[in-house]
Design a protein around this ligand. Structure first.
Ligand code: SF4
Length: 305
């Protein structure tokens, strides 16, 4: 390994000349920090578990169904076949995460709630078929883990729902959302995640993806964007600036709360000073406190809603 200076920061390089990772960031966690630095702290530094939510579980279930749908032979990718996957995929998720069973209470009310929840998942799967025809598609990748290490040493990582490659070699990145399409003034935020993935693919494979496609299964809309190299360079600068802000917060211990309408869904409201809560002490021992390089390495990053 060798160490050089870049932008005032020491950069350690591997024997192959590539920068060694000095921290890591995914689009979900970058989004958390942009939403509220204190939320990032609760999730990444304190690692406080969050209650499973029906909306998040439904997102995971619908993603699993759409991923498995493409295991079927082309002609078999029909609405009934997709709906048949819902039950087994839910069982599989329950086996992997038994805590999900607590989403719905025992008894009639709990069963009715679960039926309504499942019905919404069913509608989302059906709506998917109104947006594209899976019998005419052969994805190159599904649930693709991607990562790259930027020149500064920051590792970017994430999972892409689907990657399509045209015969011309053009790449399309596809992400399913089980929520509704955002209003026009929130589109940039939605596209940040997609540009982040495009940046990782560009830096790791040397080719700018042709199209970024967000499919909103909550209301049946598609948001498309054609990125260019200038976009991805701007995204890289933004991600680096975010990481510097995270590092500053780590050094100073100041994780500022930023209130927004998302606070209504925040699992940490009870311990948030903005709502009369008391902050838990920061993990202080070297054992408890993650190093920048450890951050986020364990978590499967999902942004399904
Ligand atoms: S309640 Fe709001 S301000 Fe407080 S941690 Fe959650 S998102 Fe941040």
């Amino acid at each position: 390994m060798t160490t050089t200076e870049a932008d005032g920061e020491a950069v350690t390089r591997t024997s192959g000349g590539r920068p060694a990772a000095a921290g890591s960031l995914s689009p979900s966690r970058a989004g958390d920090f942009m939403t509220c630095p204190l939320l990032y702290r609760f999730r990444v530094i304190d690692k406080i578990p969050e209650r499973p939510s029906p909306a998040a579980a439904r997102g995971t279930l619908v993603h699993a169904v759409l991923e498995r749908l493409y295991d079927l032979p082309t002609g078999g990718r029909t609405v009934p076949a997709a709906l048949e996957l819902l039950g087994p995929q839910w069982e599989r998720l329950l086996a992997a995460e038994p805590g999900l069973a607590a989403l719905f209470e025992d008894g009639e009310a709990g069963r009715a709630e679960r039926d309504g929840w499942l019905d919404e998942a069913r509608q989302m799967v059906e709506r998917y078929f109104t947006l594209e025809d899976p019998t005419r598609l052969e994805p190159a990748e599904r649930e693709l883990f991607v990562e790259t290490v930027l020149e500064s040493g920051l590792r970017l990582r994430g999972y892409i729902d689907r990657v399509d490659v045209a015969p011309s070699g053009d790449v399309r990145i596809v992400d399913y959302k089980t929520g509704r399409a955002p209003r026009a003034d929130f589109e940039a935020r939605a596209l940040f995640q997609m540009k982040f993935y495009a940046l990782v693919l560009w830096r790791s494979q040397g080719r700018v993806p042709r199209l970024l496609q967000l499919m909103y299964l909550g209301n049946g809309e598609i948001l498309r964007y054609e990125p260019d190299e200038a976009d991805l360079r701007a995204t890289e600068r933004k991600v680096e600036a975010l990481w510097q802000a995270i590092r500053r917060a780590m050094d100073t211990g100041e994780w500022r709360p930023r209130t927004s309408r998302l606070c209504d869904w925040c699992d940490h409201k009870e311990r948030c000073p903005e709502f009369g809560g008391t902050l838990p002490p920061l993990p202080s021992s070297p054992v408890d406190r993650p190093s920048p390089a450890d951050l986020e390495t364990a978590a499967r990053e999902r942004d399904d809603l």
